[in-house]
Design a protein around this ligand. Sequence first.
Ligand code: PMP
Length: 348
Amino acid sequence: MAALPPYRQGRPAPAEGYKLSSNENPFDPLPGVAEAVAATATAINRYPDATALTLREKLGERFGVTPDEVLVGDGSVALLAQFILAAAAPGDEVVYSWRSFEAYPGLVTVSGATSVQIPNRADHGHDLDAMADAITDRTRVVIVCSPNNPTGVTVTADEFEAFMARVPSDLLVLLDEAYVEFVRDAASVDGRTLIGRYPNLVVLRTFSKAYGLAGLRVGYAIGPVAILDAARATAIPLGVTAAAGAAGVASLEPTAETELLARVAEIVERRTRLHTGLVSQGWPVPDAQGNFVWLPTGADTTAVAERLFDAGVVVRAFPPEGIRVSIGEHESVDILLGILGELVPASQ
Ligand code: PMP
C-alpha cells in the first residue's frame, strides 16, 4: 500500500479562473434539489435507509427492473470498488483499457489483483478485440468505460455486443457509463438497452456528472441480483447519506429532470463548439462524447497545461499523453479556443 499513489484530485482554480479539471457540472444546484437536501437536515441524528430503497425504486421504474436489480452506492467509484473486491483477489486479473479512469488501477491494487491494461487504439477508443484476447482463466473482471474518461471516445453498440459474445458468461463485465447522458452518437453503446440480456453484465451510472451531484456522492449499478448481492456484501454499510439519497430522488422528479437534461444539452452544445473549433484550428482531437475533450499534447502536455493555468484555466494533465479539458462555463470555451489556437501541435 505504501507504493500505491493516492487518488489525485484536480487542483483548484485561481479565484478568477475556471476549474475544468474534474468533469464537474458547471451549473448551480437546482433549487428543488437543494431544498430536498436541506429537508434532510432535521433528521441527521438518525441513520439513513441503509439500502436507499426510495431511490432504488425510482431507478427500478425507470429501467424496468426490480429495486433488487439496482444497487446504490457512495458514488459510482465506491460501486466499482465493491464489485472489484467481490470478484477479484491476489493472483486474479482485471482487464481494462488504458488510458482510462484513473481510479481503476488503485482499486484493483487494493483488491490484491493484477491490472491488465490494454492500450487504446490510435483513435483513442477501446481495443475490445485485444481486451477479449487478454482474457485468461485468471481474469475475474473486465471494465469497459464508454464514453472513455479521459479520451471521450465511446464503444459502439455493435462492438460491445461482439465483445460480449467473446466473453465467458461467468466473467463479470462492468460497463462504466458515468458520462452516458452526454452521448449524442446514436451508434454508441447504451447500457439501458442491454439490461436483462447478459447474466454477467453490470451497468454503472452516476448522479455526479449530468445530474450535478458530485459533492454528495451517489451512483448506481443495474445488473443481475446475484452479482449485486456480492457487491452489497463488500460495501461499507450505510454509505449513501440521507442527503445524497434525497437529492437523487429529487433529481428524478419530472420537472427537475427536464431542467437537468436541458442543461446537459447546453453542455453538449458547448462541447460541440469547442471540439469543432479545435478541429478547425488543426488540433488532432478524437471524438468527444462526454462532458470533456481530449487534447493529445504528447511531450508538450505539462507546458500546455501550465500555459492554460497561467490564463486561469485548470485542466487535467496526463503527461506525456495529453490533457483532458472539462466542458464548463459558456465563456470558458472562447478562452480555451483563444489560447489553444496558438498552441496547435506542429506535426500534423
Ligand atoms: N467512472 C468514471 C469513468 C469517472 O470518470 C468517474 C468520475 N470521475 C467515476 C466513475 C466516479 O464517479 P462518482 O464516484 O462521482 O460517481
